[in-house]
Design a binder for this molecule. Structure first.
Ligand code: HEC
Ligand code: HEC
Length: 378
């Protein structure tokens, strides 16, 4: 318990500790104008120990959250049930886990996703690992918080396609939800309660320290020599990877244009659609790299099917377009350097605590049912 919560509760310690900054300071030093987004982002890098199995449940009151929605055990329990609740969908068959399937790194192994009507959106399903570190959600950042995001998929016609009024009616007929919403929020099922509980569940979803983080904490055998060379490349001024992918989730949570889809006749303009700013054309949220080895295919449109293809994309200098970020330019990596980078990307994965969250007492599902959901989500 203690070991695991370090990666969350270590927040204040981070401000005191210079270890990561010392280590990366030199490397970042080469990046010139690359912004260091503040030491808070290094919180996850402070975790010290190898991952115990299963990953324990963290101390909820230590998880960073908006002041009006602190993470509590009751909300996480309710959020867990709602995450796997088919009543949130029009046909009572689709859950959040249908698309964000934890056996596939909380994505779905497809370029995009089909909703209850079979209609598909244009975007790849992002993982929710590390979403507590994200300021804005969705590939274009159109939702300002996890709370704001959570109700979107329920009413979206190409996702769960259900009205909130119907969802509330259905939930109110289930004694568990009547009692649980009452206990947690002091009233029956409500849209706001659903949003708060789902967001709390997402924030409580944690990974054990990755091999990369364990290496940072002094466990030098956690990475192979090849991975260590890949890490140096990743944090080098030559690749610039870490100038965008940095902090606890290896994402700055801001937006950048690396050219994906910009060679299409009618490209998805991403962030531009939200802000209307011409320089945002083709910018998308810098995604987390946590558990990246599990969430193929990659990019907002799922157009790159492997991590090798992602590395090739960067090696070739991205896809040319007027707003291409200048940090994306031809790298001329050797074949062994590409392998090193790939080996490093594979060190960013670790088991999560879903199973331990599933064992919280207030979920009120038979143990076998939880095990079924975890092994085989709807
Ligand atoms: C039909 C598939 C589907 C279902 C069902 C679904 N999602 Fe998603 N989810 C997506 C896609 C696709 C995106 C990205 C959309 C975009 O960026 O425009 C997304 C984005 C998200 C994000 C933003 C992640 C980030 O990094 O920005 C969160 C959080 C999320 N979904 C939570 C949920 C929750 C909670 C539910 C259940 C209430 C749910 N999703 C149901 C497909 C789905
Ligand atoms: C200028 C900022 C920037 C730089 C530099 C950068 N990235 Fe990215 N990265 C992004 C953005 C933005 C996306 C998503 C783009 C999209 O979907 O259109 C992305 C996507 C990815 C993905 C796919 C993630 C997913 O879930 O689909 C991987 C893997 C990745 N980058 C690794 C790297 C590596 C390795 C390097 C260095 C060679 C690197 N990045 C350099 C901004 C950057």
């Amino acid at each position: 318990m203690k070991q695991f919560s370090n990666s969350i509760t270590g927040l204040p310690a981070v401000f005191k500790s210079a270890c990561c900054l010392l280590l990366f300071g030199g490397l970042y030093g080469c990046l010139g104008s690359a912004p260091l987004s503040g030491s808070q982002n290094f919180a996850r890098l402070q975790s010290t120990a190898a991952s115990p199995t299963p990953v324990p449940v963290p101390d909820f009151d230590q998880i960073p959250a908006p002041p009006d929605n602190p993470v509590t055990q009751g909300k996480v329990e309710l959020g867990f049930r709602l995450w796997f609740e088919p009543r949130l969908s029009a046909n009572n068959r689709m859950t959040c886990a249908t698309c964000h399937n934890h056996t596939l790194g909380f994505s779905n192994a497809q370029r995009n996703a089909a909703g209850v009507t079979g209609q598909r959106g244009a975007r790849n399903v992002p993982t929710i690992y590390g979403s507590l570190w994200q300021r804005e959600t969705f590939w274009d950042g159109r939702a300002k918080s996890l709370e704001e995001q959570a109700l979107g998929p329920i009413e979206n016609p190409i996702e769960m396609n259900e009205s909130l009024a119907n969802v509330l009616k259905k939930l109110a007929q289930v004694p568990y939800y009547q009692q649980k919403f009452q206990a947690v929020f002091g009233s029956g099922p409500s849209a706001e309660g659903i949003a708060r509980a789902l967001a709390s569940f997402e924030r409580a979803l944690m990974m054990a320290p990755t091999p990369f983080e364990r290496y940072q904490s002094g466990e030098k055998q956690a990475l192979s020599p090849e991975q260590v060379r890949g890490m140096a490349l990743f944090f080098s001024g030559r690749t610039q990877c870490a100038s965008c992918h940095q902090g606890p989730a290896l994402s700055q949570g801001i937006f950048a244009n690396i050219g994906i889809g910009m060679n299409l006749p009618q490209p998805d303009l991403g962030r531009f659609v939200v802000t209307g700013m011409p320089w945002d054309k083709g910018s998308f949220k810098i995604p987390t790299l946590l558990n990246i080895s599990r969430t193929a295919p990659y990019m907002h449109d799922g157009s790159l099917s492997t991590l090798q293809a992602v590395i090739e994309h960067y090696d070739q200098g991205g896809i040319a377009n007027p707003e291409l970020d200048p940090r994306v330019r031809r790298l001329n990596l050797s074949p062994s350097e590409k392998n090193e980078l790939l080996a490093f990307l594979n060190s960013l994965s670790a088991p999560d605590n879903l199973r331990s969250l599933g064992k919280l007492p207030g979920i009120h599902l038979p143990a076998a049912e939880i095990e079924r959901l975890i092994l085989n989500p709807l």
